[in-house]
Design a protein around this ligand. Structure first.
Ligand SMILES: [Zn+2]
Length: 145
């Protein structure tokens, strides 16, 4: 906390803040500091003070953690959406497979009935051939049967 240099009362928040850059002992390096203009709540005196750098860092950290939590939430949401889409896709594919199985079953039945129709047609033709042979006098056919 920053105290008033005149009466010693603690000043809560700065009226105004600004950044200053100062060169350090190491060449090519500089440090940034935040300065604040305060007004004493008791004697109304205005004074400048350096703001605690630790206090400057903390809100940033809080913000970045908050951002990370938000990002994780977004990623989680996207994953849930992807899973939902995949589940829907699987469901659609399973339905399609079931439909195709039914269609194959129907085609099989159709083929089977076609086979049995052809078989009965062939049997009828055989009968016709047999009766024609009988009519023309082929006794060996009769003996075979
Ligand atoms: Zn004061």
């Amino acid at each position: 906390m920053v105290k008033c240099p005149k009466c010693g009362t603690e000043a809560a928040a700065p009226v105004k803040t600004w950044m200053i850059t100062r060169k350090t002992s190491k060449p090519g390096q500089s440090s940034q500091r935040t300065m604040g203009l305060f007004q004493c709540p008791s004697c109304k005196a205005r004074f400048r003070a350096t703001l605690d750098t630790e206090r400057e860092k903390k809100p940033e950290e809080k913000v970045s953690i908050k951002n990370m939590v938000e990002r994780i939430r977004v990623i989680k949401g996207e994953l849930m959406q992807t899973l939902k889409n995949l589940r829907e896709k699987i469901k659609t594919l399973e339905t399609e497979r079931a439909n195709l199985m039914l269609e194959i079953e129907e085609l099989k039945k159709m083929a089977e009935s076609k086979v049995s129709a052809l078989e009965s047609e062939v049997a009828m033709l055989r009968e016709e051939v047999k009766s024609l042979k009988e009519l023309l006098g082929y006794p060996e056919t009769e003996m075979k049967e």
